[in-house]
Design a protein around this ligand. Sequence first.
Ligand SMILES: [Zn+2]
Length: 685
Amino acid sequence: MSPDNPLLADDTLPAFSQIRPEHVQPAIDAILADYRAAIDALVAPGAPRDFNHVMLTQERLEQRLARAWAPVSHLQAVADSEALRAVYGPAEEKLTEHAIELGQNRALYAAVQTLADAADFAALPRPERALVEHALRDFRLSGVALAEPARSRFREIGVELSRLSTEFSHAVLDASEAWHEHVTDERDLAGIPASGLAVLRQYAQDQDLDGYLVTLKQPSVQAVLNYADHRGLRERVYWAYQTRASDQGPDAGKFDNSERIEKIMALRHEAARLLGFANAAEESLATKMAASPAEVLEFLHDLAARAKPVAQRELATLREFARAELKLDTLEPWDVAYASEKLRQREYALDEEQLKPYFPLPAVIDGLFGLAGKLYGITLAARDDVDVWHPQVRYYDVRDAAGKVFAGAYVDLYARNGKRGGAWMDVCRARFDDGGQEQRPVAFLTCNFAPPTEGRPALLTHDDVLTLFHEFGHGLHHLLTGIALPSIGGIDGVEWDAVELPSQFMENFGWNRQALDLFARHWQTGERLPDELFERMLAARHFHAGLFLVRQLEFALFDFLLHLEYEPSRGARALAVLEQVRKQVAVLHPPAWQRFPHGFSHIFAGGYAAGYYSYLWAELLSADAFGAFEEQAGESGSVIDRATGERFRREFLAVGASRPALESFIAFRGRKPEPEALLRSYGLG
Ligand SMILES: [Zn+2]
């Protein structure tokens, strides 16, 4: 091994400051070469056929690759550069090709099948059996049983899809960074609160400009669409944002994803058919908790039937308010968030800006970690001797009740150039017990909050607080895993429609007085979040719940039907399917030039293809799981209950994919999930 290449070092944590783009290709090439040789040895005639030799060997090889690739893939997302991108794309293609090759390795498939066929298989521990069963399922899904030429074709499709996904998300990022509007007259930004202005001023300073820079970064888009009195500015931001990477808008045709959408859909459909599924939606459900397309559609349509009338009433009220109070005779799409914010302020006199001083980021982090301590008996302690990729990043050791370090987390919270928007948790290291040698789980927690400004800490909106809780929930799922087999530990291998349970579950605490009391204090006065403000927060929680739900249902149905109803003869028809869905569930109808699909990275560049419904599905699971904490609070007096927390950890978080999510849910709750829990959490039940 070259000691000069940090990606090949066997360090506990990646040496981020030493990783250079030129390290990527040699490291990946070397690791893949060793990987292939090891697999050849594993499947050689006469090689042992037991769990350790067949399954642990694969886990070990996969971990070596992950130790090199996780930091590279993470850097590409949070510290993007031309040089890194240039090596990232080709390396990613090699990895995809390698994964497909493994999936199509018949000898390896046969070796794993041997384990399942062995007389003592049933006597193996549950996690070991689950690992074998998952591997066999994934083999089938990766085309191993196909005969030529289908196998080769399937392989080509996988590589091509990976390339198209990367291009899709790059186009969205490039389109977002290409557009901005320089504003020198502060009157043009009237209505935007001081914190929003500070962010726009910072963007300008970053480009050595005077005044303000309105961009398509999330904090800027929100500040303008929610608050800017200047209707023309709102319209331009909406126009630029809602046409990113399309044939419309200010950069029409420049980063256009239209052709990529067509190709992605055609290839997904072809791949699904090769595997014997009717379409890509059916293929998607093979790894999900939902049993059939009919079950998904029934779930979504049932919700839509209950939510749409509520949304219609909410919209009528909003229109009336906008006409009477804001002199907006027609409520245009770029007026909706603005009018909605004004109505919310009038109805609940609740301005996000009033709440923000109670959510200084450092205190929220302390409170969140404190909550995890009360629920699960863990502590997180910052370390300053860990190599990170940006000075804003902090690393935390995670300790158990006895003080033993068992996990770690990188926390990177602020928006900056070259960093992908949004918030997410990703795996840096997975928990792995390699014959007594323990690799600790380490997580990446990434957000894009507005950074602190001079003399003031970063102040979060309540939504930001929920986002942070959400991602930390994913983090806990990963960090608290009790499974030392990476492929089925933490979030890995968990059904896609159940994987959001732990994250959405955590959001419930962001609405709970006892949990808020752990951190919600005014950053200047130290005053606790006043009862009166909290009461209004709760009242406002369900404000426009119907409108929110129908929008989520629109995305979920669009995604699912796009994949379910695809036919090669007529193409993807993305805009037509969206229109058809909007007729069914939407109450707001954007202009014809709006191009929502072109920026929908979740389904075209992420893992949510024919799976966006999972958010709502998991929300039902999480609302119902939180119900267990609420029910026991009737006895103990507190929703933050260690015993219930331990049970949730033991039955759900710790078991990962070592058993089906439905079984874990029942083990924790004592029964199956009940749909009413979701409606109650939206105030509609
Ligand atoms: Zn999530």
